[in-house]
Design a binder for this molecule. Sequence first.
Ligand code: BTN
Length: 247
Amino acid sequence: MTDALVPERVLPLLRGRFGSPYVYREVCPSTQELLGPGDPEGATAATDEQTAGRGRLGRRWIAPRGRALLVSVLLRPDRLEAAPQLSLVAGLALARAVEEAAGVSCALKWPNDVLVGERKLAGILAEGRAGGVVLGMGLNVGQEAHELPPGDRRAPTSLRVETGRPHDRAELLATLLAALEEAYDLWRGSGLAPLLGELARRDWLAGREVAVGGHRGVAAGIEPDGRLRLARPEGDVLVTSGEVTVR
Ligand code: BTN
């Protein structure tokens, strides 16, 4: 059985409206560029290899061919100003999908990382384009240890490394799209409120001393509007975005 993301494998596995239309390229610069203004909400692009994959804050996102789930989904929320919250919605969907399809427990590092233990398994890039929000998700699936960037105990990981066995990317994609649709529909109706309990349970930063956006403090939870609360002796501060460094 192949785990390629070709439509013949993916389309029969889809459970809801996300994933239609489905755009697949064997190779492309970035799946973020494959969805256009004419596409409906739920349109999905996936590839086996990106030549110019990008991460947050201008970084590159690199994965060997066929080893990662590289996917973008077009969303058209009514409240575009709340779009940063969609990174959290996608993080929950990724965590739920990985647990369901691979049996691996995940935490979330605000605002956009999915972790196993201390190591990054997946990242999310939400970009305003194509008249909506293109939610890009990169999930490390089949990389062997030597195919991941080296580093300390917080170096990136993959499902292969965590479980010692292969995982079907097409199954993972279908599970992820179903989880994203469910979480997104809830968010669209009621905002983050119904998701806050689970966000708190998965909040990897909670209680850690962090630095973000020029502030230092102890991470003290995610607010109903998606901001990160930092507790400081001089008073709490709410952070909208940025790179969090753990001290
Ligand atoms: C991050 O952690 O910095 C976000 C990484 C997002 C990577 C995904 S892979 C699919 C989509 N296409 C891209 O070029 N980037 C996102």
